[in-house]
Write a protein that binds this ligand. Structure first.
Ligand SMILES: Cc1ncc(COP(=O)(O)O)c(C=O)c1O
Length: 399
């Protein structure tokens, strides 16, 4: 198929719920992707952070291929070696008090499992989420996602979900009470502009949960697995959750989610309470095990910190040069650049020049590159951005 045929088949038959870029990506390696016409792009979008260990990572590919030769599906009602190996790999990187895992197929599914478990473990209904949050678009996850544009058309959503202004300790204290099952938050909010929680707020969230007997649920679907220069972003706060959600790059690009919790909390779930047909399948588990091995072997956590600081330095140079850049935020290789205008033209201009980036709100550029990105690729990305900002100067739509 040529590019036009691919685009036409997709546009004619797939439910039109995605913003589409008119590019057909057909190949990827490390931090680079190529379109059908052989055009190369530095991928700082990485499928919304999924290509964490790089596109088509050879170590992950090998594990997938080997598993394909053995067995491709094995429901969790039977035991399977690939699954056990995946769980033991998870056990090496998880917080020491969280050693029980529920494997599923996406980030939203891991949130669903967490919300149900919080209600089951506490026998309470009320859930607290934050303004600016993003936890996914299935009905439970959507109920805890802040953006009204996503929520309003689909009500009634889950009852007894309340939102606390992100960072507001006073309101958090007022809302977390003996009716609260769980408090759900992202250590760094990824979809609403890259906003890190303050240390005081995280500490207070832990304390309020302890006092009220509620569970602290951290969504590390975007921030986890080394992206921020820590294995888990919450480690920098010295706060440990009761439930931790992971997904995105956990299986090297295959669909996966994991809800991670303590044995004590996990034991509240009874057999049959929460299951999934495909979750924890052997091919995904082989990929998961290999992904975690690669993160450890290549010290990608340290690398995220190192490459992040090269990225931040480059962006600071651009900020000094372009008055249209208002702020640079984030940690490691989760970076947001806030501008004084709608970034659509910048995104498209970067794409034309061979750099893929993401929105995080209308005026924040988001960088979620693979953790294997190289310094030369970062420098090239900064050059491209420099050109795009210079070009955009004349025709800005100020937001
Ligand atoms: C912080 C966070 N939570 C949850 C989700 C939902 O994950 P998924 O799209 O895999 O359902 C995302 C996805 O972008 C996310 O960034």
């Amino acid at each position: 198929m040529d590019s036009n045929e691919v685009i036409s088949a997709d546009d004619s038959h797939l439910v039109p719920v995605y913003h589409k870029f008119q590019v057909v990506l057909s190949r990827g390696s490390g931090s680079l992707v190529w379109d059908q016409n052989g055009r190369e792009y530095i991928d700082c979008m990485a499928g919304y952070g999924v290509a964490l260990v790089g596109h088509s990572n050879p170590h992950v590919r090998k594990a997938i291929n080997q598993q394909l030769e053995k067995i491709t599906t094995c429901h969790s009602s039977f035991y399977n070696e690939a699954r056990s190996e995946a769980v033991l790999a998870l056990d090496r990187i998880s917080p020491p008090n969280l050693r029980s895992y529920f494997l599923c197929n996406s980030g939203a599914e891991s949130i669903e499992a967490a919300l149900k478990l919080a209600r089951r473990a506490t026998g309470r209904k009320k859930l607290i989420a934050m303004t600016g949050s993003y936890h996914g678009k299935t009905m439970g996850a959507l109920s805890t996602t802040w953006n009204h544009r996503y929520r309003d058309p689909f009500g009634p959503l889950l009852p007894e979900v309340e939102f606390v202004p992100f960072g507001n300790i006073k309101i958090l204290r007022e809302k977390v009470d003996e009716r609260t099952a769980g408090v759900l938050l992202e250590p760094i909010q990824g979809e609403s502009g890259i906003h890190p929680a303050s240390e005081e707020f995280m500490v207070e969230a832990r304390k309020s949960c302890d006092e009220a007997g509620s569970l602290l649920i951290l969504d590390e679907i975007q921030t986890g697995l080394g992206r921020t220069g820590e294995m888990w972003a919450h480690q920098a706060y010295g706060v440990t959750p009761d439930i931790l959600c992971s997904a995105k790059g956990l299986a090297g690009g295959l669909p996966v989610g994991a809800m991670i919790t303590s044995e004590k909390v996990a034991s509240s779930f009874k057999t049959g309470d929460h299951t999934t047909t495909l979750g924890g399948g052997p091919v995904v588990c082989a990929a998961l095990r290999a992904t975690l091995e690669f993160i450890e072997k290549e010290n990608l956590v340290g690398r995220a910190k190192e490459m992040g600081s090269i990225f931040f330095d480059g962006l600071e140079t651009l900020k000094a040069k372009h008055a249209t850049i208002r702020d640079i935020r984030g940690k490691g290789l989760l970076i947001g650049v806030e501008t004084r205008f709608d970034i659509r033209d910048i995104l498209l201009s970067c794409m034309r020049r061979g750099l893929l980036l993401l929105y995080s709100g209308r005026n924040v550029l988001r960088f979620l590159p693979p953790l294997v990105i190289e310094p030369a690729q970062i420098n090239k990305a900064i050059d491209i951005l420099d050109q795009a900002f210079a070009e955009a100067k004349g025709n800005m739509r100020v937001s």
